[in-house]
Design a binder for this molecule. Structure first.
Ligand SMILES: [Zn+2]
Length: 119
């Protein structure tokens, strides 16, 4: 199922809002931080926001995958769609937990995530 632009935006705004709250909490708890401490906190939150944006957009790309016509990377046999599964992916914005289509080849008796545009 694919999210609409508005649904994606809502999730991004929620992520931004949570991070802004975290920044304000941190600010309230640190009366006299030095520049390096502020910088560390901002960089951590920026990293988390990047991951949140990646999660929403990559998830949207994955939802576009076809359910049929996926070939096994080992033997070329047509593989069966087995549903959506979580997968950990490393990106330049940090680790991502994405949900994408998982397929199974009966001949090789193995499952796999077919390569997608976003990976
Ligand atoms: Zn196979």
């Amino acid at each position: 199922m694919q999210e609409t632009r508005e649904q994606k935006k809502k999730r991004m705004v929620q992520a931004a809002d949570a991070l802004i709250e975290a920044m304000l909490d941190w600010d309230a708890e640190h009366a006299t931080p030095n520049l390096t401490q502020i910088e560390d906190e901002v960089l951590t939150l920026r990293q988390q926001f990047g991951q949140a944006l990646m999660g929403v957009v990559v998830g949207g790309q994955m939802a576009v995958q076809p359910a049929t016509g996926v070939k096994c990377p080992h033997c070329g046999e047509e593989a069966r769609f087995k549903g959506q599964k979580h997968k950990d992916v490393e990106s330049r914005t940090g680790g991502l937990d994405i949900v994408r289509g998982y397929y199974y080849c009966a001949r090789c008796r193995s499952g796999f995530f077919p390569p997608g545009q976003a990976t």
